[in-house]
Design a protein around this ligand. Structure first.
Ligand code: CLF
Ligand code: SF4
Length: 501
């Protein structure tokens, strides 16, 4: 039994009432969908923002080959279409992957989804990917299967994917115009030939669109990933969003380009910059009018294990799983109980939309609302609850409180300020970097915070608040918004904020 996840879940369920139950903006995103689709995404941490507080995913790195070249990749690292650039995963055989999946599923019952996302393109040479799915669909039928691809070979594999009950497919679509595409893809490998330039982009785009249409026809949910590359496809991505939605894509995930010179990619060497948090949010907001936008992606590595944002892969190395005795039938029973408990809580929340903080006009609260939106950073380790010490956070969730409610904006990754319970890293630069990462936020909500970082955050114009420890995030965000109002700070315009609402 995984205590860490259990604790998080129990902390979530233990909250009094549901005045702001962590229902999250995702309820609005999913509420218009048919029941059958809601059932499919209810426990998928990537397809449901709400689920990502409770359910975990894992990836197995079984697919080393790739059939295209992206300018943000140099093949030494995991596929950057679904992974943070600069990360290398250990390649597994399909048999090793299945063993690891069963071990993780037995030990982390909240793990609901197995994804294959690299380290190359999972469908470039699909045998290893399909073999893994085939064995898992037989041995672990309670695990959802998910795959991510650049789309070039997708139309050839769609029917086999469907045979293995793959309900969720991600296609990375960075453009729908070959003029843009030739600036991103120098070549593709197609029909045993290397094809370059605009022709390569034309073929890739046609295959991606065909694959998307085939999947939608067969009732498979499709998420589209796009890498936002300023000056290359940033303005074009609204058109991508519009088109893929028109063709039936379920969710659009715009990820920032991360191009570091030391990664040795073309973009890294050419010093192509990535977007700022403000630019990314502005694009996500402008696309949101057209379709559901994913804002909680963590650009996971190809062997990630755990809740989004955490990586527990070190607990499941090959040598460790060798020694694990797994009774998967018993594990499935336990998993079913844990999933049912989480689903019961989530459904209860969904059935009480009036109690959700989201969409409650602040004008209904005691104080007259101030309209200015405020960005707040939240330290959490899961369960939709403010339950993490400031110094232990390696990421913050960013929420916006405004006169119309609370909405989730995205995540910001940071280095941990404290390196251990009793040994805080006094290196100012770590704290400086955390404060820089929280640029634009006026409040930081955590379970606890020490005095030195408290003072440093305050001096930087970010008010640390720990009054809402162990409460639902949206409750805390809304409470903090009201505190700011009472303090008279909402009229001060401390920051312009990132909001474009
Ligand atoms: Fe993995 Fe991707 Fe499936 Fe999720 S990840 S294959 S859809 S199970 Fe999720 Fe990770 Fe973002 Fe991917 S947070 S990188 S979107
Ligand atoms: Fe790299 Fe993935 Fe692009 Fe292939 S599809 S070149 S592995 S980023």
């Amino acid at each position: 039994m995984d205590l860490k996840l259990d604790e998080a879940t129990q902390q979530g369920t233990a909250q009094k009432g549901c005045a702001a139950s962590g229902c999250g903006s995702n309820d609005q995103q999913l509420s218009h969908l048919p029941e059958a689709i809601r059932e499919k995404v209810f426990n998928h941490p990537c397809y449901s923002e709400q689920a990502h507080h409770y359910f975990a995913r894992m990836h197995v790195a079984v697919a080393p080959a790739c059939n295209i070249q992206c300018n943000y990749c140099n093949r030494k690292y995991d596929c950057a279409n679904e992974s943070r650039p600069g990360v290398v995963s250990e390649l597994l055989t399909p048999q090793q992957a299945v063993k690891k999946t069963l071990a993780v599923a037995a030990n982390i019952p909240q793990m609901s989804v197995l994804g294959i996302a690299g380290p190359g393109d999972p469908l470039a040479q699909p045998q290893r990917t399909l073999e893994t799915f085939r064995m898992l669909s037989e041995q672990a039928p309670d695990i959802k299967l998910c795959v991510s691809t650049n789309g070039l070979n997708l139309p050839n594999v769609v029917d086999e994917l469907c045979e293995h009950n793959i309900d969720h497919v991600t296609i990375t679509i960075n453009c729908v115009d070959p003029v843009v595409g030739e600036k991103i893809y120098p070549w593709i490998f197609w029909n045993n030939r290397r094809i370059r330039g605009r022709k390569a982009a034309e073929i890739l785009i046609a295959q991606q669109q065909k694959g998307l249409e085939m999947l939608v026809e067969r009732g498979v949910l499709v998420k589209v990933n796009s890498v936002m590359i300023p000056g290359v496809n940033d303005e074009h991505l609204q058109e991508v969003s519009r088109l893929v939605k028109a063709k039936g894509a379920f969710l659009h995930n715009v990820m920032p380009l991360i191009a570091e010179e030391e990664h040795g990619t073309y973009y890294g060497i050419m010093k192509q910059r990535g977007p700022t948090a403000k630019e990314l949010q502005a694009l996500q907001d402008s696309c949101a009018g057209d379709m559901n936008m994913m804002r909680h992606c963590r650009q996971c590595r190809a062997d990630a294990v755990g809740l989004l944002g955490e990586d527990r892969g070190a607990e499941f190395t090959l040598d460790k799983i060798e020694t694990m005795e797994i009774d998967y039938a018993a594990a499935m029973e336990k998993r079913a109980q844990v999933h049912a408990a989480i689903e019961q809580e989530l459904k209860a929340k969904q059935e009480k939309p009036a109690a959700s903080v989201v969409n409650i006009p602040l004008s209904t609260l005691k104080k007259a609302p101030a309209k200015r939106p405020v960005l707040m950073a939240v330290a959490t380790k899961g369960g939709g609850v403010i339950n993490q010490h400031f110094g232990h956070a390696n990421e913050f969730l960013i929420f916006e409180a405004s006169g119309i409610g609370v909405r989730f904006i995205g995540t910001r990754r940071v280095d941990q300020y404290c390196v251990g319970q009793d040994s805080c890293n006094e290196d100012e630069t770590t704290l400086d970097r955390v404060i820089k990462a929280l640029d634009g936020c006026e409040v930081m909500l955590s379970a606890r915070i020490g005095l030195p970082p408290y003072e440093a955050l305050e001096a930087a114009g970010i008010l640390p608040i720990s009054d809402y420890a162990m409460e639902y995030i949206e409750d805390g965000v809304l409470g903090a918004y009201r505190q700011l109002e009472e303090m008279g700070r909402l009229a001060e315009q401390l920051h312009t904020g990132f909001s474009v609402a």
